[in-house]
Design a protein around this ligand. Structure first.
Ligand SMILES: NC(=O)c1ccc[n+]([C@@H]2O[C@H](COP(=O)([O-])OP(=O)(O)OC[C@H]3O[C@@H](n4cnc5c(N)ncnc54)[C@H](O)[C@@H]3O)[C@@H](O)[C@H]2O)c1
Length: 357
């Protein structure tokens, strides 16, 4: 992977150093309506390059990660007479890095960019690995390219204004990385909590670094997701089904919660199909129940959930649903098929583990 990963709480200093290294190009900062207000002043205070930059503000939220906002972003780059040499700094969560990264990859056939993630999810996931893009025609991430930033400058200094729900979402991805890595990394995460007041942003940086390196090592082996990068889908097949179903029920659940519950069900499936150890499963489920609560379902919901899983783009046939599962902590297996009966059995055990009647 060419992307430089820098873990620091001296963000301003590091950004000025990077801009100097790149030959002091003109800089455009892409921020969303929230980060422009809450985070940009902090960066401008610490960085000469940021203070001199042109700021492009986009509307916040995944609903605005679309062609209209992107078009507006391209126009603003034209207004400032940006060239291929201009540097984009994406200051925000995954919406900003996905869309700003895509604008950088496409404007004038490609400019350089740096990601400064301001959400925990973007720090441990979206800002790393080079996936960029927008939602299109009602579907997520339909248009995009793989294009890595020059660097990701990852810190915890902007997390103080993050809503609790955003911390929970990022932490769920860290739990996934811990499960993919080894018992030691997972153990450290299970010994901490994403919930205030136990959550301590200042002590998080080493855990974030460990988590990002899990992702970057996997991405390095398979940038275009033809093989082992699929391991990063752990928890997401069921998680996406829970999320989609919750929207249809008109009682939406946040993405990170869906991933946390999806991880529990997929560990149960791992136990059924690959013999994942039951003590690890019980420990993980108890942690998720304590910190995220439970997503309440009954067996009447199973057919709709399985129907959603059949839509997953990873499946090769509608009869089998494709999963990434674990033989043990740190031992992922990709392209494992499960039947509707096996998934129903896993959902039964999930309900027991989560104390759902
Ligand atoms: N490219 C990838 O590999 C990848 C991986 C995972 C997710 N994603 C994408 O990332 C997006 C989700 O990312 P996200 O969870 O960061 O969402 P987001 O970018 O929408 O940020 C969440 C909310 O927090 C606000 N915010 C950001 N930083 C803040 C701060 N420091 N203080 C207060 N508020 C702040 C934002 O304005 C927004 O309202 C989705 O579009 C998803 O598809 C991409």
């Amino acid at each position: 992977m060419k992307e430089k990963l820098i873990f620091t709480n001296l963000v301003g200093e590091v950004v000025d150093g990077l801009v100097a290294e790149l030959g002091n190009p003109r800089v455009a900062i892409v921020a969303d309506t929230n980060t422009a207000q809450l985070v940009l002043p902090l960066l401008v205070n610490e960085s000469k390059a940021a203070a001199a930059a042109t700021v492009i503000t986009v509307k916040s939220g995944d609903v605005n990660k679309n062609i209209d906002t992107l078009s507006d972003l391209w126009k603003k780059l034209m207004d400032m007479e940006a060239t291929r040499n201009t540097l984009i700094i994406n200051l925000g969560g995954g919406v900003v890095s996905d869309m700003g990264g895509f604008a950088a990859a496409t404007f004038k056939r490609g400019m350089r960019c740096i990601n400064i993630p301001t959400t925990l999810l973007a720090a441990v996931d979206a800002s790393v690995g080079g996936k960029t893009g927008i939602n299109f025609n009602g579907l997520k991430n339909q248009i995009g390219v793989f294009s890595e930033p020059v660097a990701a400058v990852i810190s915890t200094i902007y997390f103080n204004t993050l809503p609790q729900q955003e911390i929970m979402s990022g932490y769920a991805e860290m739990l996934k990385h811990g499960l993919l890595e080894n018992p030691d990394t997972l153990g450290k995460l299970l010994a901490s909590s994403p919930v205030y007041p136990m959550f301590d942003a200042t002590r998080l940086l080493p855990l974030i670094e460990e988590s990002v390196l899990v992702k970057s090592r996997i991405v390095e082996k398979d940038i275009t997701e033809s093989g082992i990068r699929k391991a990063l889908n752990l928890g997401h097949t069921i998680g996406h089904a829970f999320e989609a179903y919750s929207y249809r029920r008109k009682s939406p659940i946040p993405h990170g919660y869906a991933v946390a519950w999806g991880l529990v069900v997929e560990l149960v499936l791992s136990h059924i199909i690959l013999g994942f150890p039951s003590d690890e499963l019980q420990r993980f489920a108890a942690y998720v129940l304590e910190n995220y609560g439970a997503y309440e379902i009954t067996c009447d919901d199973y057919p709709a959930l399985v129907a959603d899983m059949r839509q997953d783009k990873k499946n090769s046939s509608p009869d089998n649903i494709n999963f990434t599962l674990l033989e043990n902590v740190g031992v992922p297996r990709i392209n494992i098929n499960a039947t509707a009966e096996q998934i129903g059995g896993a959902l039964d055990i999930y309900r027991d583990l989560m104390h759902i009647a």
